[in-house]
Design a protein around this ligand. Structure first.
Ligand code: 4AD
Ligand code: MG
Length: 477
C-alpha cells in the first residue's frame, strides 16, 4: 500500500484504495474514532478502528499525542464533519504518549501556557496553521524577488559594524570571562573579542547588502537579525527575521512602489495557497472577538483585512503632514489617543502611528521624509537640510512593519554626517569606499518578517508567530 499525507488523502483521489497514513492522535473517542493529524493540513483524518478485533492492549495505547501508523481503505464518510475516513485494517503504535503527563490535552489551552511548551505547541491547530502560513510567506518572498530579477545575498551574522547605530547589539565574545585580556588602562579589551576585533550579532544586513546592490544591481537578504533591546512588547523580539531588498539606481519613490507591490504579492499568495489555514485562523479570531464588547470588535474578518490591503493604495504622507494631522486632531477621551499633540522633530510613538493608520486614514500608511535627527546616519539628506529620505510603513494593528530609505550616496555629505554622529570613520572604510568608486542613487528597506506573519495570521503576540521566541524572559529553548 502507498503512504499518503493526510492532505493528499482528503483530496479523495485514493478513494476505495488501501492506504497508509502516519501521524499523531489528536483525539480518540468511543474506543472507535481516531482523529489523526500529520501536520500536512489543518484537517484531521478520521480513522475508524475495528475495536472488536483490536486487542485491548493496543486500544489502551491509543492516547492523545501518540504516533501511529494506520493502514486501511479510504472510504466516503457517513459521519458529519468529514468527507473521507479510513476503515482501519492494521494499526501500529509507533510511539506512546503518556496521557497523564502529555501537556497538550484535547482542549483549548491558553497561548501563554503553550509558550512554555514551545517544543510541543506545533501539535495544536493554531500553531500548526501559523507555521504553515509562515512557511508559505517565506516561499512567496523568495518567489517575488527571484521573479523580479533580484539576487539573494547572505550577509554576515557576526559583524563588526552597528548598522543602525543604536548600540543595541549582542556582543560575540571569545574572551575568557575569568581571565580577560586587559587594555593599558586595565579595563577589558574587547578589541580582542574576535581575531583582534570587537564583534556583535548583526542588527541588519543593510550595509553589506548595499555593497552587493552596487555590483549585482538588485539584491535581497532574508536572514536572522538580533536586537539587544530590553523591550517586552508584543511587537519586539531579541531575535527576528528580516527581509532587506536593496536596489541600485532607485530613489525613494521607487522604494515605496517596490515595498507596496512586494507586500501585496506575498499577502495575495497566501490568500490563494493557505485558504484552509486562514479560514481556521479567521474563525479562531471570531471566537476571540466574541469575548470582547461590541464596540471593540473588529469590523472586518481576517481575510477581509488582508484583501483590504491588496485592494487599496497605501497612503503616502510626509512626516510633516502627519504631525499636522496629529496636532489638529481632537484628543480622544479614551486613554489610547490622548497624547496626540506632537512637536515637529519628535519620534512618533506607537499610539500616534495607530491613530494615523486606524483612525485617520483607515489604511496602511507610508510615512516619508523624517527629521534627520531621529533617523540613522546612512539616510539621504533632503535639500531642506533638515529631513532625510526615510520611509516607514505602518499597518493596522501592527504599527511599523517596514523601515527603509534612500541612502546617502554623496561622500562629502556622508562623511560630515558620520563625524557629526561620532561614528568611527575607520570602521566604515569599506562602506565609504562605495561612495568613492562608482557611487549612485540607491535605496532599500527592511521588512520585519514576524510582524508580517502577525498581520497575516491575526495573531496578537509576536512570540506566537516564531517557532522559538527569544525575548528577555524567553530563552529556554
Ligand atoms: O526599522 P529598522 O530598524 O530598519 C533597519 O534595520 C534598516 N537597516 C532596514 C533597511 O533599510 N534595510 O527595522 C526594520 C523592520 C522594522 O520596520 C520592523 O518591522 C522590524 O524590522 N523590527 C523588529 N521586529 C521584531 N522585533 C524587533 N525587535 C524589531 N526591530 C525591528
Ligand atoms: Mg524602524
Amino acid at each position: 500500500t502507498n503512504t499518503y499525507s493526510i492532505k493528499e488523502l482528503l483530496k479523495g483521489t485514493a478513494l476505495l484504495q488501501e492506504v497508509t497514513a502516519k501521524g499523531w492522535i489528536r483525539t480518540f473517542r468511543s474506543n472507535r474514532f481516531i482523529a489523526l493529524n500529520d501536520g500536512s493540513t489543518i484537517h484531521n483524518i478520521q480513522c475508524v478502528v475495528d475495536f472488536e478485533n483490536t486487542p485491548e492492549s493496543t486500544l489502551k495505547r491509543l492516547t492523545t499525542g501518540a504516533a501511529i501508523a494506520v493502514t486501511g481503505t479510504l472510504v466516503e464518510s457517513q459521519g458529519k464533519g468529514q468527507k473521507f475516513e479510513i476503515q482501519v485494517k492494521d494499526l501500529e503504535v509507533l510511539g506512546d504518549s503518556d496521557p497523564e503527563t502529555y501537556p497538550i490535552q484535547p482542549k483549548k489551552h491558553s497561548l501563554e501556557f503553550l509558550r512554555e511548551k514551545a517544543h510541543l505547541r506545533v501539535r495544536t491547530n493554531t500553531f500548526s496553521a501559523v507555521m504553515r502560513v509562515r512557511s508559505a510567506l517565506s516561499f512567496a518572498i523568495h518567489q517575488y524577488f527571484q521573479q523580479n530579477g533580484f539576487y539573494y545575498v547572505n550577509t554576515p551574522v557576526i559583524t563588526g559594524s552597528d548598522a543602525e547605530g543604536a548600540g543595541e547589539m549582542f556582543r560575540v565574545s571569545t574572551l575568557d570571562a575569568k581571565n580577560p585580556p586587559l587594555t593599558e588602562e586595565g579595563s577589558v579589551n574587547y578589541k580582542e573579542d574576535f581575531f583582534g576585533k570587537e564583534t556583535n550579532l548583526t542588527v541588519s544586513g543593510q550595509l553589506e547588502a548595499e555593497t552587493y546592490a552596487m555590483g549585482l544591481g538588485k539584491v535581497y537578504t532574508f536572514g536572522p537579525t538580533f536586537r539587544a533591546e530590553n523591550s517586552n512588547t508584543s511587537r519586539h523580539l531579541a531575535e527576528f527575521w528580516m527581509i532587506e531588498p536593496e536596489v541600485a539606481f532607485m530613489d525613494l519613490d521607487g522604494n515605496m512602489d517596490l515595498a507596496e507591490d512586494f507586500i501585496k504579492y506575498v499577502l495575495g499568495y497566501i490568500l490563494e495557497h493557505c485558504a484552509d489555514d486562514l479560514e481556521f485562523l479567521e474563525n479562531r479570531l471570531l471566537q476571540e472577538e466574541k469575548s470582547k464588547p461590541q464596540s471593540e470588535r473588529s469590523e472586518m474578518t481576517l481575510r477581509e483585512k488582508i484583501r483590504f490591503v491588496l485592494d487599496n493604495n497605501f497612503k503616502r504622507v510626509s512626516y510633516t503632514e502627519a504631525i499636522d494631522i496629529l496636532k489638529s486632531s481632537k484628543p480622544n477621551k479614551k486613554k489610547k489617543f490622548q497624547y496626540l499633540i506632537e512637536e515637529w522633530g519628535a519620534d512618533l510613538q506607537s499610539e500616534h502611528e495607530r491613530y494615523l493608520v486606524e483612525k485617520h486614514f483607515k489604511a496602511p500608511v507610508i510615512l516619508f521624509d523624517y527629521p534627520a535627527k531621529i533617523k540613522a546616519f546612512y539616510m539621504r539628506l533632503n535639500e531642506d537640510g533638515n529631513t532625510v529620505r526615510a520611509m516607514d510603513i505602518l499597518f493596522p494593528g501592527i504599527g511599523e512593519i517596514v523601515g527603509g530609505s534612500q541612502r546617502e550616496e554623496r561622500l562629502d555629505v556622508l562623511l560630515e554626517k558620520v563625524k557629526e554622529m561620532g561614528i568611527d570613520e575607520e570602521e566604515l572604510w569599506w562602506y565609504l569606499d562605495l561612495r568613492k568608486f562608482g557611487t549612485a542613487v540607491h535605496s532599500g528597506f527592511g521588512l520585519g518578517f514576524e510582524r508580517l506573519v502577525l498581520f497575516a495570521t491575526g495573531m496578537t503576540n509576536i512570540r506566537d508567530v516564531i517557532p522559538f521566541p527569544r525575548t528577555p524572559q524567553n530563552a529556554e529553548f
